[in-house]
Write a protein that binds this ligand. Sequence first.
Ligand code: TYD
Length: 211
Amino acid sequence: MSRAGRFIVLEGLDGAGTTTQSRLLGERLRGLGRRAHVTAEPSGGPVGALLRQVLQQRINGGGGGGFDPSALALLFAADRLDHLSAEVLPRLAAGEDVISDRYTLSSLAYQSLTTGDARWVAEVNGLARAPDLTIFLRVRARLALVRRRGAGTTPELYEVDAFQRRVARSYERALVSLRASGQRIAVLDGEQPVAQVADAVAALVAALRRR
Ligand code: TYD
């Protein structure tokens, strides 16, 4: 019987480098001969596809205006459970490591702000299995903004400068509450060069014992 894989989550502001570091970690683990699957939230499933349309501001809520913030928070939570059962859990059970670019901590940071109710956001995410490790890439909002501008992509729903500064503070609060709930969380300086951050991420993962 194969042992379960490890579930690792990368988190941070838009522009913190979670996508790059998720990919690099996957490559590094595969280089060590492990099976590793890199995924992201919003997921590639049906609820994730809907969320991406909302984030790109291609669709509105039923009334034609913006989406109700609580409805959106439930969609992120629903996407998470669908992602888990369809993609994450089967791979972990088959012994594969799974790396997710964003997970529950994103909802605790972003949706706690948009709904104004951090406890409710935690509650609706209560069924989402805890990762073996969440790695938060800490980057100042100002630097994240410079990186997003450098990428030259069209800003999405939450990629507004003033909002990102609030998200940075919200992440710090969410880190405290997730830690208090007993989850394993590491914080890295995401402002270091990409290769240095990748080494630090790999070292944290190497220190994790297989479940
Ligand atoms: P991002 O991860 O930057 O993906 P992409 O590079 O494809 O645009 O975008 C996802 C956005 O969704 C980001 O602004 C954070 C937000 N988000 C939430 O607000 N709550 C969540 O639970 C998740 C997973 C993401």
